[in-house]
Every structure is written in C-alpha cells, then in structure tokens.
Design a protein around this ligand. Structure first.
Ligand code: ZN
Length: 530
C-alpha cells in the first residue's frame, strides 16, 4: 500500500452542502430566503459548487430552486440539485424524482446511490444487478439531457471494508455512464484518517481515470482529517458544510478544511485572496442560520487567536509567529488585543463610504468605541447592515426626521381555545401632527407593525412597498448570572432588495420594537434614494 501523497499542486474543488446536508442539523431550519442569502455568501467565498437541496422533497425546496433561477446571480459557484437514482424496475424517463431534478433547471445534478450491498438487499430490497443498472441508467439519462452528473456513493467506506467488489462495480458503472465525479461517502461518519487514506489510495491506484471526491461526517471527530486524507490519496473534490453544520455531529467543517488545505498543505482550493473573507462569512452564515458561531472554532472563532493574560502582550506583538500558528489576518480573523481596533476603524470607514455617510476621524474613533460597547451588550452587526448604517448616521449627527415616538403599548389576549390576538396602540408625532393608531395582529410584533403603519401610512404611502419577511429571536447569555438579553433580527424587503435590522433588550417586545423602527426608517430612506 502506498503512503505517497498524490496532492502535488492540483487544485481541490470545494462542494458546499450546507443548504442540504448541513440543514439536517438538529434545531436548524432554513427558509427559501435564508438559503438564497447563504448561497450568496458561499459564492462570495468562492466555493465551486453549492448543493441547493432536494427538488420535489417539499414546497420549500421547490420555492428555493424557482427563486434561485430568477434572483440568484452567482459569479463562480454552480448550483447543484440533489436526489436519488431512479427507483427499481422503472425507466428513468418515467421516474418522478429524476423529473423533479430536471425541473430544478440547474446544470449539475448529484445523485445518491447505494454502494454497500447490504443496503441494497436490506433497504432497497432489490438485486445487486438492478441496483447497478439504476445508477448507470440514471446517469446516462441525465447526461442525455445535457446535465453534469455527480454520484454520491453512500456508505462507500463501510461497504468497502466488508467487501470492495460491489462498491467498485457501482463506481465503474457510474463512470462508464458519464458521471463526472465519484463521491466516496462516509455516511455513518465512523472512519479514521488512516482507513480513508488507504481506501481512497486503493481506488485511485486501481482506477486512475476516476475523478474521486470525498464526503465525511464527523462522528469520530475526524471529518476534516478524513477530508485531508482523501485529498492526499487523490480526491479532486471535497464536500462539506460551513461551520461544520450537519446531522448528528456534523459534516466536514469547510471553515477549518479550506485554510488547512491552503495554509498547511499548499493545496489550492478557493482563490487565495478570498481566504481573508472566511471569518466574516462564517459569522454571517451563523447569523443567517441563527446558531451562535462556536467561539473555539479553528481559524474563524472569536477565541481562535485570543491570548489570555499571563503572557506579556508586548512580547506577543513583537513576535506573533512565536505564539500563533498562522497570521490571523490571512483568514480574516484578528489577534484580539493587537489588531481589532485598527481593523475596526478601517471597516467602519469602508462601510460609511459605501453608504455615503461622511464621518470625521473623531467620529470614526467614536463609532469604534460605540461598536465595542454595543457588541459587549449583545449587538452583532455582521448581518444587521441597516441598523449599522443608522448607527453611523446618528454618530454623524443625523436624526431620523420621519416620526417621533411618544409611546407604544401592546397586549395579547387569549380569546377562545384557539384564538390568541395581539393588539397594539401607538402614539407618534409626524409632520407636526400627533397621531394615535391601534391595530390587531397575530402576534405582538405584527400588531405593532400594523399600528405604526396605520399611524404614519397616510403621510408615507411608500411604506406599502416595505414588507417584513423574517423575524429571528435569540436569547443571549442565558446561562449567566445576569438577566438574559434577547436579540431580534428583522428582515425586510422593498422592490429593490432586502435589508436586516436588529434590536437588543432584556425585553423581547422592546428588542422587536427597535428592530421594527430601524426597518421602517430604512425603508423610508431607501424610498428617497438613501
Ligand atoms: Zn452526508
């Protein structure tokens, strides 16, 4: 058995499956809108493929592919539809799953195929010959329709260890029918790197013409190590998820794997200049899926380059490479005590310029301080771009001229066993008029939104074009001795696009109200070209 590495200077493709396999993580639920926005981030990072989901599996999946065709403008990444091979004893052209994949209207399709004979006889309840035919027929049919086809060989490693013949037969059939990538999957996640290296090496040496890929789950804590082993043994593509999301213990974490490939192995994957976007994008995606980023995540975590007191900080700043395994800025992170303030100023200046807000140097410094103290309170502006712009405007001396709030009140009433209604009353001044309005809603935020719009809607009819599209709540520091604070993120849209606002408070209604006011003010600014 060879221990020689096959990497050389060959580039490895990054195939992201956050939107499909990653969303299997317990407690994670993505709307079509969330998926579109995550896909945009993945494209900015420069991954090669984005697996969008399983067309036909649910209306949400179909909505995603329909909207992606209209709204998603990817620069580099190719969108992939996932599904299974044709069912047993049916022609591919009569198979509903294959038809759904074609209807998704993307160029690349990834088909999952059984590659462990035990699963064919026990789960599929068909013959091995038919299982192989299901693969080759499905690949050939999709190739005839002009699609690029990848095959996910499910349970490949487990099956191979019990007898390699059937798995190799499936790979050969897929390859001969025109599959472009043969993805060896550790579906149960039980492999160790030495096993992966040996098995991928054997397959690669026996069939050097196969373009092999790897798909690993983290049940042994080795998904990233297994991915590296597969690359060293000849794989040309790795499938994984942002922040290691995925079922059970998760999939191979791309935010760890990508810098390991680039900075440790010298294997190119994403373009080198994109590496510095890794930390901001990891945070952005974490906000979009509403799961706090693990502070100890390698490379991108808040603590990844944080140095505890005890080592004299000036010694570290003189010789950072003595204390840090890579320069944090290579992955867009920062050494906590050295770089954060400077990086903060540059970022703030950039953002203000983009938004057309004039800030003096003193105001930029003030914004840096405000940002620090707000982040300490639980504000996190990575996603809430609109609230951040409003903060910069207020530091520049701007006050929103649209309305002044005198008071608001909201209550929720349980009327019958299945009717719960919220009612809000708002008193505001706008255009020199004192306005009072009441509205009902299916929840307190909905009622407040209705009342505010009723109060000022006649003065600002353009608000009919501003819609609230999503509402996310997270309770912060719930384990701490101090009272928990609630952070609300509110997504809004108008004809030209979407924006996100934020509120933080010990009171969920107050947090929601802050996010709502920021949303309405931003909508009014946008309608005036701001
Ligand atoms: Zn998987």
């Amino acid at each position: 058995m060879s221990t020689e590495s096959h990497t050389g200077t060959r580039r490895v493709e990054i195939y992201d499956t956050t939107l499909r396999d990653g969303s299997q993580r317990e407690g994670l639920s993505l709307t079509a809108e969330d998926k579109l926005r995550i896909a945009e981030q993945l494209d900015v990072l420069g991954v090669d493929y984005i697996e969008g989901g399983w067309p036909g599996a649910s209306p949400k999946e179909d909505e995603f592919f329909q909207r992606a065709a209209r709204e998603l403008h990817l620069n580099k990444a190719k969108l992939v539809a996932f599904g299974s091979t044709r069912r047993a004893n049916i022609a591919p052209e009569d198979d509903a799953v294959l038809a759904d994949m074609l209807a998704a209207n993307v160029d690349t399709i990834c088909l999952v195929a059984k590659s462990w004979d035990y699963h064919v006889t026990e789960a599929l309840k068909t013959t091995l010959d038919e299982a192989v035919a299901m693969v080759s027929d499905s690949v050939a049919y999709l190739r005839e329709q002009g699609k690029t086809v990848f095959i996910d060989a499910e349970h490949f490693f487990d099956g191979y260890l019990r007898g390699p013949e059937f798995g190799l037969r499936v790979l050969k059939a897929a390859h001969d029918a025109g599959a472009a990538r043969l993805v060896l999957c550790d579906t149960n996640g039980g492999m160790l790197p030495n096993q992966v290296f040996d098995i991928v090496s054997e397959v690669h040496e026996r069939f050097p013409e196969f373009a092999l890929a790897g798909h690993f789950h983290d049940d042994t804590g080795c998904a990233v190590a297994n991915s590296i082993a597969a690359v060293r043994a000849g794989a040309v593509q790795i499938q994984g998820c942002m922040n290691g999301y995925g079922e059970r213990t998760g999939n191979a974490n791309l935010t760890t794997l990508i810098p390991n490939l680039s900075l440790k192995l010298g294997v190119p994957s994403i373009e080198p200049e994109k590496l510095a976007k890794l930390t901001p994008i990891a945070n952005h995606v974490a906000e979009l899926v509403n799961v706090a980023l693990n502070p100890q995540a390698p490379y991108v975590g808040r603590s990844a380059f944080a140095h505890k007191a005890g080592i004299h900080t000036s010694a570290i700043s003189r010789a950072r490479d003595a204390y840090e395994h890579v320069d944090p800025e290579l992955v867009g992170n920062g050494t906590k005590f050295v770089a954060s303030e400077m990086a903060g100023k540059a970022t703030i200046r950039l953002r203000a310029d983009q938004a057309g807000i004039d800030l003096t140097d003193t105001q930029v410094a003030e914004a840096t301080q405000r940002l620090k103290s707000l982040e300490h309170q639980g504000y996190h502006f990575e996603v809430a771009d609109a609230s951040f712009d409003l903060l910069l405007r207020s530091i520049a001396g701007w006050e929103q001229p649209f309305f002044a709030v005198e008071s608001y009140r909201v209550f929720t009433e349980h009327r019958t066993s299945d009717v719960v209604v919220s009612e809000a009353t708002i008193k505001v001044t706008a255009n020199g008029e004192r306005l009072i309005a009441t509205a009902e809603g299916n929840g307190p935020v909905n009622a407040l939104d209705g009342a505010l719009r009723r109060a000022i809607g006649e003065i600002y009819p353009e608000l009919t074009k501003v819609h609230l599209t999503d509402y996310k709540v997270r309770v912060l520091n719930s384990g701490a001795a101090t009272a928990a604070v609630t952070r609300v993120l509110l997504d809004s849209s108008d004809e030209r696009g979407t924006w996100t606002t934020m509120g933080v408070s010990e009171n969920i209604i107050d947090a929601s109200w802050q996010a709502l006011c920021d949303s309405i003010v931003t909508g009014l600014l946008r309608s005036r070209g701001g």
